[in-house]
Design a protein around this ligand. Structure first.
Ligand SMILES: [Zn+2]
Length: 396
């Protein structure tokens, strides 16, 4: 069983040094030149060249041995239920397994797989509040799951959104998975949610599983949710001309998921690049789902989109980290002073034909993970799920 993060906190000063490649998570400058990061109380307090930093009196020193360090990956689209269990594939430990794929943060797109999920308004509000509370209090492997994403239903009124926000709910589940499927109805509720600080995601494309719905580009544009959820369908995608309309017709988040249509995902990426709007691209898995659970899903997306989409791998890392953190207002996602020390240590996988980590991703290979840290606490060493990395960090 995965360990829950209770009141534990990082103590003393932590220094990470000998970083070979710094992936910043910032799309505008995705590669940094720092070789050392200093962490205190779970936050990055300094970064730069070791000689320029105060690294004395560290309680813990980690020698990265030339590995790359990236912000922890953020899965923008998951369907959790409670704890580290998913009824969709009747699997335990899926979140902890994703930690071994470099994922340190997840955002719920709705606790839709709960058997007997309530669809009445008081029931769906109660579920959302419960899911928000449980995900905040129980963190498998330390992974930060932002949960409690209600699926809106017909009959909800403005005061429902006020109540949800007052109770601590910050997200809507995928619009369109409930009875609200028409653009004009969704638009009103999305606006109420936004008024009270609740972020929204809309389902895009054909139904995912029996009971889910079809949402076309006109509906997505009319509803005006903050994130165009799985723009490449989950699984059935809209025609490519509609996906292009979505990219051109609004400024909302372009979310590409693992469990969607790969051709459509690649096309959405190309449209975003043509529009010079890569800052809108974020990545998710849309798991657990009918397609299963993908512990390496975000890494696979980075390798797939970088290799087939001909995009520098460091930019795809930014899509999977900093873009999502900025859009979702999360505390990690970027390696900069003041951010949470959620870090992934990686290197080229053993026997990859790539010349280095970034080149191996451009050739479609997955990297090897040697360590994952959340809030300045080492959560795992060499990943049990990735191919073995050539170099791994060491706690001195
Ligand atoms: Zn969906």
């Amino acid at each position: 069983m995965a360990l829950a993060a209770g009141p534990e906190a990082q103590r003393g000063k932590l220094v990470v040094t000998n970083i070979g490649l710094l992936l910043t998570g910032a799309l505008e400058a995705p590669l940094g030149d720092a070789d050392t990061i200093v962490v205190e109380s779970g936050k990055i307090v300094a970064l730069g060249k070791r000689a320029d930093l105060d690294t004395e009196n560290a309680a813990t020193t980690i020698d990265a041995h030339g590995c790359a360090v990236s912000p922890g990956l953020i899965d923008s689209h998951v369907h959790p239920v409670f704890g580290d269990w998913t009824p969709r594939q009747n699997q335990f430990g899926w979140i902890d397994s994703c930690l071994h794929g470099g994922v340190t943060g997840m955002v719920s797109a709705g606790e839709v797989h709960l058997p007997g999920r309530p669809r009445d308004i008081v029931g769906l509000k109660a579920l959302a509040i419960t899911a928000q509370r449980t995900s905040a209090a129980f963190r498998p492997g330390g992974v930060k799951l932002l949960g409690g994403a209600p699926v809106i239903e017909k009959g909800m009124v403005e005061s429902d959104f006020y109540e949800l926000a007052a109770a601590g709910v910050t997200l809507l589940g995928e619009v369109g998975l409930g009875t609200v499927k028409a653009g004009y109805e969704a638009k009103e509720m999305v606006a109420w949610a936004r008024k009270y600080g609740i972020q929204s995601t809309i389902h895009t494309g054909g139904p995912s599983v029996p009971g889910s719905g079809y949402i076309d580009a006109d509906t997505v544009l009319e509803a005006d949710a903050d994130i165009i959820g799985h723009i490449n369908g989950g699984h059935t995608a809209l025609p490519l001309r509609q996906i292009r309309c979505l990219c051109e017709g609004c400024h909302r988040g372009i979310e590409i998921v693992h469990n969607g249509n790969e051709l459509a995902g690649l096309s959405a990426l190309r449209y975003a690049r043509e529009l010079n709007q890569m800052h809108r691209v974020i990545l998710g898995t849309d798991s657990p789902a009918g397609s299963g659970v993908q512990p390496l899903g975000i890494l696979r997306m980075i390798a797939f989109l970088s290799s087939f989409g001909d995009v520098p791998a460091e930019e795809m890392f930014a899509c999977a980290t900093g873009n999502t953190a900025r859009m979702r207002k999360l505390e990690g996602g970027l390696i900069e002073v003041g951010r949470a020390a959620d870090l992934v240590f990686m290197d080229r996988a053993q026997h990859s034909s790539g010349e280095n980590l970034l080149d191996s991703l451009r050739k479609g290979d997955l990297p090897g993970i040697g360590m994952v840290m959340i809030d300045g606490i080492v959560r795992c060493g060499r990943s049990r799920n990735t191919p073995p990395a050539e170099r791994i960090p060491e706690i001195l």
